[in-house]
Design a protein around this ligand. Structure first.
Ligand code: THU
Length: 137
């Protein structure tokens, strides 16, 4: 059974607010789907990111990975992700994509993820979203 760290309602709301705010910076002229993500680290710091698309569509970076890479760039590779919140401007279901799940798992094998599910707001442990995540160590 995964050990899920307790995230208070206030911290969850804070993460969701940060995710909504950073969504405004998205570069999404191709999909017109603006996404924001906020990550809470085990040291209490919060980082945010938005999706950044490209005319060469495959070069697109999702909001979740932007937030994580930003945290690594600022603090180095020893960061540990405790929670992730994702927001989108269409109010539709939007869980992290497969690639982002693997990146979340790299830095947060015990992370809680908050996102819009098909039946409303959801929380899930990263291993529910990504069973058998890949690790080299
Ligand atoms: N996208 C994210 O940034 N995060 C998600 O969780 C789902 C999808 C972005 C990628 C692309 O820019 C747009 O949403 C449409 O797929």
């Amino acid at each position: 059974m995964p050990k899920t760290p307790k995230i208070s309602a206030a911290v969850r709301r804070k993460l969701e607010t940060v995710a909504v705010n950073v969504m405004k910076n998205a570069h999404a002229p191709y999909s017109n789907f603006h996404v924001g993500a906020a990550i809470l680290l085990t040291n209490g710091k919060i980082f945010s990111g938005c999706n950044v698309e490209n005319a060469s569509y495959g070069m697109t970076n999702c909001a979740e990975r932007t937030a994580i890479f930003s945290a690594v760039a600022q603090l180095g590779p020893k960061i540990e992700i405790r929670a992730v919140a994702v927001a989108n401007d269409h109010g539709v279901a939007c869980s992290p994509c497969g690639a982002c799940r693997q990146v979340i798992y790299e830095f947060g094998p015990d992370a809680t993820v908050f996102f819009q599910g098909t039946h409303g707001p959801k929380r899930a442990h990263i291993t529910e979203l990504l069973p058998e995540g890949f690790r080299l160590q």
